[in-house]
Write a protein that binds this ligand. Structure first.
Ligand code: UFG
Length: 333
């Protein structure tokens, strides 16, 4: 098949492009390279452009006759979304409508959307299944929920079939070491811990030890990037076979939560094998962080046949560490 991957030069998108091309699909990547990197666009054909550019999209859809679209391009910093909501509604909602309209005009009816656990807001119960109320507490989560809603209406009105995948904490790196996480600024726990271990950062700060959890630090559901990508591949198959129609959504996580402290402990075990260590500092709670966010991914398992391969935190961190050591090597040149 010929698949358009929007945001295919980003962290998650680049891994997906690799997986799709390895499975024999032809991939065109559209990325404006604001947060994506040319160095991650190793696979597929890269077109540098913006998904809000309706004329560019129209040309691409006419020329390429895509069989489906995967959409990873978004602004995704929670704090920034609170300070600058306009950017989030413009990039994440308005531009997505431009993309969906190009699909509708050109008769492309399969869409996979990167959604987020942030659409749920403060959890009412855990683990969080698809029946959990969606009440986002920041513009980032709201922008993703708006698109989920739009997808329902586009399914009813235009027959556009979609799967929204709500990621919990995406992490890890390509087990073959070709790709990995590379954000600027980096805000995510695992890459920050590993940067502290490689010496690219002075220390890691624990944001709060006074949460109502066993060790007092926040619990999250860390899901390996490879497992996220395999869920996307299965979602695409389900749309192609016609098994899934309309607008469906799945929560994607391992279903097991790890505390910030246990991430640091696991990282210490991994990095000490290569003679590294790290400095841990104590900080205040980060505003807007729920104590526990864990997914119930039973529906993705049952309906898509999804089976995460890398649920073990140690393995996740080993892959991320392999990548971090490459980045640290480049920085020290
Ligand atoms: N943390 C620290 N120190 C740091 C960075 C993070 O202690 O330097 C803690 C956070 O407080 C949190 C945990 O590590 O408890 C994980 O934080 P991340 O920033 O890695 O991830 P989040 O859980 O905040 O964010 C993820 C996604 C977002 C999404 C959100 C949904 O990355 O895109 O879940 O709530 F919006």
């Amino acid at each position: 098949m010929r698949i358009l991957v929007v945001g295919g030069a980003g962290y998650i998108g680049s891994h997906m492009v690799k997986k799709l091309t390895r499975s024999g699909h032809e991939v065109v990547v559209l990325d404006n390279l604001t947060t994506g990197l040319r160095s991650l666009a190793l696979y597929g054909k890269l077109i540098v452009g913006d998904l809000g550019d309706a004329a560019l999209l129209e040309r691409m859809f006419r020329e390429c006759e895509f069989d489906g679209v995967m959409h990873f391009a978004a602004s995704s910093l929670v704090g920034e979304s609170v300070a600058d909501p306009s950017k989030y509604y413009r990039n994440n909602v308005a531009s997505t409508i431009t993309l969906l309209d190009a699909m509708v005009r050109n008769g492309v009816k399969r869409f996979i959307f990167s959604s987020t656990a942030a659409t749920f807001g403060e959890p009412v119960y855990t683990p969080i299944d698809e029946a959990h109320p969606q009440a986002p507490i920041n513009p980032y989560g709201a922008s993703k929920l708006m698109v989920e809603r739009i997808l329902k209406d586009y399914a009813d009105a235009y027959g556009l079939n979609s799967v929204s995948l709500r990621y919990f904490n995406a992490c890890g790196a390509d087990p073959e070491g070709e790709l990995g996480e590379c954000h600027d600024p980096e805000t995510h726990l695992i890459p920050l811990v590993l940067q502290a271990a490689s010496g690219r950062r002075k220390s890691i700060t624990v944001f709060g030890r006074d949460y109502p959890t066993e060790d007092g630090t926040c619990i999250r559901d860390y899901i390996h990037i490879e497992d996220l990508c395999s869920a996307h591949a299965l979602a695409l198959e389900a749309l192609v076979s016609g098994e899934k129609r309309g607008a469906v959504a799945y929560n994607l996580g391992n279903g097991s939560g790890y505390s910030v402290q246990s991430v640091i402990d696991a990282a210490l075990q991994v990095v000490s094998k290569t003679g590294h260590s790290l400095v841990v500092e104590e900080g205040l709670r980060r505003p807007g962080d729920p104590a526990v966010l864990v997914a119930d991914s039973g529906r993705a398992r049952a309906e898509l046949g999804w089976r995460p391969k890398y649920a073990d935190l140690q393995t996740i961190i080993e892959h991320a560490w392999q990548w971090e050591q490459q980045l640290a090597g480049q920085h020290s040149l």
